[in-house]
Design a protein around this ligand. Structure first.
Ligand SMILES: [Zn+2]
Length: 452
């Protein structure tokens, strides 16, 4: 018989279901890799393993909707830490161009593990840098995520316009559009798994509308339609980007995406900071997805995404830590806190509640990845992706409302994390025995890659 795990006696089970049920003393029964039952009375239920939840809060695992995992090798690089986006990009491209398969694999394992420790059980990775001679970068990325055990949505990124075409990246990291399209097909055919509760799904993700040609943006859509995969890119991140698009294309970023046919419900955009009211209405009508990256936006001084105004527009909003070169942390529960606080800076204390921010990190992210029926909440039939926080943590001491406390107080690390029915974190520690070796190698590589 398939193995059953019973999670019982939690102070509260936060289901994130449509009714927003929070069950005091609740239980969740897991069978294999899926949730079988959720409720308040586990009497008579038998299981192979019983997890007692006294003093703990149980939630569905978080979904991180935008990242560049390799950037954990480029944290706090001198010369980049205080720059704005375009200067930051030009400076870092010189160093990023040195990455290879090994660097990508080990950084993917390390950054995914950091996400697991902070509550993310699913992550995307916008993998857009394919240095000439660097080897099979996306394959190495997937291998690294498998080492950590996280549910993974690698996005096959692309850049075809280099400095000589008026773009920002050096020639050595761009590919021809023929190469890009050929490899997009290959990675979809090799790794994309459309089956329910799949651990790996591919998306197609030109780096930005100005790092490839309009033809490639359109070809990416055609390919996504052919294979039924999602589309992703960066959009409307900074004022500089808007100026650049106006000068180069005579169009603002959202107009440009409309022209290219990218306002669709199988697309999600990272950032969406610089938007007009009209932009928000159009994005909402198209039901696009959004990866909101508050810490990255603050670090680069990009601005405050108008999330409070977007909430009821129809846009599907998820949260994201973004790459570690513009956040320097892959901590998901901290990102939930940043999201709540940043909206309040702009729109006042009622702009976003702790529970709204938690919903964005769970069901919001699931809907961005079009996996509403598979992940993001604790409901029968969904994947067994569960996390718990321990209220005995000093950061949560004395909190009256344990759910709000996870966001208002500075919760930092989960007590446990299970992904697809497999334990990945217990007692606040990674279970992968060789994780310390990855970190040591990661740090050696970081030193080498960031040397001037
Ligand atoms: Zn990004």
């Amino acid at each position: 018989m398939t193995r059953r795990t019973l999670f019982r006696d939690f102070d509260v089970v936060v289901t994130m279901d449509a009714a927003g049920r929070e069950i005091p003393g609740g239980f969740v029964l897991v069978e294999g890799n899926r949730i079988l039952r959720v409720g308040d009375d586990p009497a008579g239920i038998r299981a192979d393993e019983i997890v007692s939840g006294r003093g703990k809060v149980l939630l569905p695992g978080f979904v991180n909707t935008h990242h560049h995992l390799y950037q954990s090798l480029f944290r706090c690089v001198r010369g980049a830490a205080d720059a704005e986006l375009f200067d930051w990009l030009v400076f870092l491209y010189q160093r990023w161009s040195r990455i290879d398969e090994e660097a990508v694999q080990v950084s993917s394992a390390v950054a995914s593990s950091e996400l697991l420790l902070s509550g993310a059980t699913t992550t995307t990775d916008h993998c857009y840098l394919f240095p000439r001679g660097g080897g099979a970068i996306l394959d190495a990325d997937i291998e690294g995520a498998r080492m950590s055990g996280i549910r993974f949505h690698p996005c096959r990124g692309s850049m075809s316009l280099s400095e000589k075409d008026g773009g920002l990246p050096p020639d050595s990291v761009v590919q021809t559009e023929e190469e890009i399209l050929r490899d997009c097909r290959r990675v979809i055919e090799t790794y994309h798994d459309p089956a329910p509760l799949a651990m790996e799904r591919i998306a197609l993700a030109p780096c930005s509308p100005f790092s490839v040609t309009p033809e490639l943006m359109r070809e990416s859509i055609a390919l996504a339609d052919e294979y039924g995969v999602l589309l992703h890119t960066h959009l409307a991140e900074t004022n500089d980007e808007e100026t650049y698009c106006l000068e180069r294309f005579g169009r603002r970023p959202v107009d440009l995406m409309d022209d290219l046919g990218w306002l669709r419900d199988d697309v999600w955009f990272a950032h969406l900071v610089v938007l007009t009211e009209e932009d928000i209405a159009r994005l909402g009508r198209a039901r696009v997805g959004m990866a909101h990256c508050p810490t990255s936006n603050m670090t680069l001084g990009s601005g405050i995404a108008p999330v409070a105004k977007i909430l009821d527009s129809g846009v599907r909003i998820g949260l994201a830590v973004d790459g570690s070169a513009s956040n320097d942390s892959s901590n998901m529960i901290r990102e939930v806190r940043q999201a709540m606080l940043l909206q309040r800076v702009r729109y006042g204390a009622k702009a976003l509640t702790a529970r709204q921010a938690l919903r964005m990190a769970t069901m919001g992210g699931a809907s961005v990845l079009r996996r509403e029926s598979e992940i993001g909440s604790l409901e029968p039939g969904k994947a067994a992706d569960l996390i718990a926080f321990d209220l005995a943590d000093i950061a949560l001491a004395g909190a009256a409302d344990p759910v709000a406390a996870l966001v208002h107080c500075a919760a930092d690390r989960v007590d446990f994390a299970m992904v697809n029915g497999e334990w990945r974190v217990k007692d606040g520690r990674l279970l992968a025995a060789d994780a310390p070796t990855w970190i040591a190698r990661h740090n050696e590589l970081a030193k080498k890659l960031t040397a001037t």
